[in-house]
Unconditional design. Structure first.
Length: 135
């Protein structure tokens, strides 16, 4: 993470992971619910696996789910009332973000195929697939 985002993003990441872990332990002490221990251990397992393996985008989604499970139970709930136009805009924005996420996921696999083709010296296939992946 420090290579791609620099040291400031690494520090933000470390603070977020540490804060989530501590929040999970505090919630466990207050409620004695083993779900928070399971989430904290899952967070440790994620960090260890990320240290030894490349981290693809779906693995960051798993991290997001773990962090939400540790952070949100400690916050208060609020209800947001939206107008019909705002709901429509939220649906459009959600669809756009879903499209972008799927495009990133598919392009990551396509670039993996292009890399394998490059290793087998099939440069025409590399050119076609990488152009499609970056489109």
């Amino acid at each position: 993470l420090a290579v791609t985002g620099g040291l400031p993003w690494l520090l933000v990441f470390i603070v977020l992971i540490s804060w989530s872990f501590i929040q999970g332990l505090i919630l466990y002490i207050k409620s004695k619910d083993l779900l928070f221990v399971a989430l904290a251990v899952s967070l440790i397992a994620w960090v260890i696996s990320a240290g030894f393996n490349p981290v693809p985008i779906p693995q960051y989604i798993v991290l997001l789910i773990i962090l939400i499970g540790l952070i949100l139970p400690g916050t208060s709930t609020a209800e947001i009332k939206l107008t019909t136009a705002q709901k429509g805009g939220a649906v459009i924005l959600g669809g756009f973000l879903l499209y972008c996420g799927l495009a990133l996921l598919v392009s990551e696999h396509m670039l993996g195929i292009a890399r394998n083709s490059y290793n087998y010296e099939d440069y025409q296939k590399v050119y076609r697939i990488s152009r499609l992946a970056y489109a």
